[in-house]
Every structure is written in C-alpha cells, then in structure tokens.
Design a binder for this molecule. Structure first.
Ligand SMILES: Cc1cc2nc3c(=O)[nH]c(=O)nc-3n(C[C@H](O)[C@H](O)[C@H](O)COP(=O)(O)O)c2cc1C
Length: 238
C-alpha cells in the first residue's frame, strides 16, 4: 500500500482486539521513532501493554481494548507541537500500511495513569492509540458521527490569488482527509504568486493539526518540503 492509499484507508479506530502487534511491526515502528527523535529533538515513546490510561471515566464509552499507544512528548513550544503532528502522522500512516488501527487522542484518556516519562521542561502533547483494530461500536463513536462536524469540501480549505496548479489541489485534497481535533480541520493552504504556504488561526491551539495536514499535503502534492511554523512555505516545489 502506498502513502496515498494509506491516507484513503485511515480513519480513527477506537476499538481494538486483545491480540499483540506483530514483533516485526513493533521493531519497524521503534526504528522509525528513534530516527524521528534524533531528527526533531522530540521524545516520542512507544508504550506497549498498558491499558490503564484508557480504563477510566474519560475513555468510558469511547475507547475499548486499547493496550498500546505512542506518546508525543517534547519541549513545550508550538513548533514542537507541529512537529509532533507531522512526524506522528507519518507513524500513523506507516501503521495503516501495516494494517493496524490508530487514533489521535488529546482529551479522552487519563495521562496521569500512564507509563509515559516526561522530563523537566517537557510537555506531553497527546498520544496515538495503536493496535489490531476492530470496527468501533461504542456509543460515543456513534454519537461522534452525528455530532462532530463533517469533513469540509476542499474549496473551503484553500485561498489563491491565481489559478493553482493540479498538484496543489491534489495536496489540498489529501489534507482534507487528515485527522484533526474534533474534526475541525483548521488548516488553510494559500497559493499566491507561485508560492504555497499553510496557516491556522490559533497556532498554539492548532499546531498539531497543522503538522498533520502539512504531511498529508506533501504526500498528495507529490512534491515540496514544508518549513515548520505558522505560514511556513513549501520549499523545493517544481
Ligand atoms: C490532535 C488530535 C486530538 C484528538 N483527540 C481526540 C480525543 O481526545 N478523543 C477522540 O475520541 N478522538 C480524538 N481525535 C480524533 C478526531 O476526533 C478525528 O480525527 C476526527 O473526528 C476525524 O475522524 P477520522 O480520524 O476518522 O477521519 C483527535 C484528533 C487529533 C488530530
């Protein structure tokens, strides 16, 4: 499965089988996490066999069978949050290619009950649950479908001062399939004078969503590499 197909196949999975993740997959994900930590200074942690943070009231009726998660920890800055989104979504799409289920989680779990290690000066941004996914049938998943906003059409996600090329639109289309907190899809892409940039209204609040959407854009566009930061530009485009 290539990355574009992984984008299409991904959806938030909130119910998991008890079975363990294959050791080969764990090894591959650990290797990728080590690489990303070296590259970014993030302190991403892969925690296996720990269901405690998902056993309390905050997760009740939302998550079932969560036993593994990836924690995103780093220096408490917005850029680090954005990097957690960008590199975290790369891990999510890798997991989808392995046939695993995932869900980004920032609110509906109990971090204090977790085995995550947060050093002085660091912050736990959020986690991604991971495992052999089942179709989610919990009550809250059904309610989510009714109450969370629907995905936005791609026209609502970009601005332009001249007609954008097809690759830009492919990038926006891939970004329209990105997960976001409460499905709010806060990221907007701009095509102006041949340059591409991306922004969110409230960077502190939406930096993780911005990082996730930027990675999807890059994969969909098939070119360019983002500068991190709000209003960061796409570099090395054709
Ligand atoms: C940063 C972030 C935080 C999220 N936090 C939660 C959460 O606390 N609980 C939850 O059930 N889903 C959470 N989600 C999942 C979103 O609700 C989900 O991505 C969105 O509704 C779109 O659905 P999809 O992922 O199936 O496309 C979060 C997603 C992101 C990106």
């Amino acid at each position: 499965m290539d990355m574009l197909s992984a984008i299409d196949a991904r959806h938030s999975c909130r119910t998991y089988f008890k079975s363990h993740i294959k050791q080969d997959y764990i090894d591959e994900l650990v290797e990728l996490i080590d690489k990303f930590n070296k590259e970014t200074g993030l302190n991403i942690q892969f925690i296996l066999n720990d269901s405690d943070p998902f056993g309390g009231l905050k997760s009740y009726g939302i998550f079932k069978g969560v036993n593994n998660y990836i924690a995103f920890v780093g220096k408490d800055t917005d850029i680090m949050r954005e990097k957690a989104g960008y590199y975290g979504e790369a891990l999510v799409l890798k997991a989808v290619q392995m046939g695993l289920g995932t869900c980004w989680v920032s609110g509906t779990y109990s971090p204090k009950k977790s085995k995550i290690e947060v050093e002085k000066g660091e912050k736990l941004f959020c986690v991604v649950t991971i495992g052999n996914g089942k179709e989610s049938t919990t009550a809250m998943c059904k309610l989510n479908k009714v109450f969370l906003p629907k995905k936005k059409s791609i026209e609502k996600l970009y601005e332009f001062s001249q007609t954008p090329p097809a690759w830009f639109l492919s990038g926006v289309e891939a970004a329209s399939k990105a997960p976001s907190s409460m499905n709010k899809m806060p990221t907007r892409f701009i095509y102006s004078r041949g340059e591409v940039s991306a922004y969110v209204q409230d960077y502190s609040l939406n930096a993780i969503d911005l990082g996730i959407a930027k990675l999807h854009f890059e994969i969909g566009a098939g070119q360019g590499k983002w500068q991190f930061g709000n209003y960061g530009k796409l570099e090395n485009q054709d």
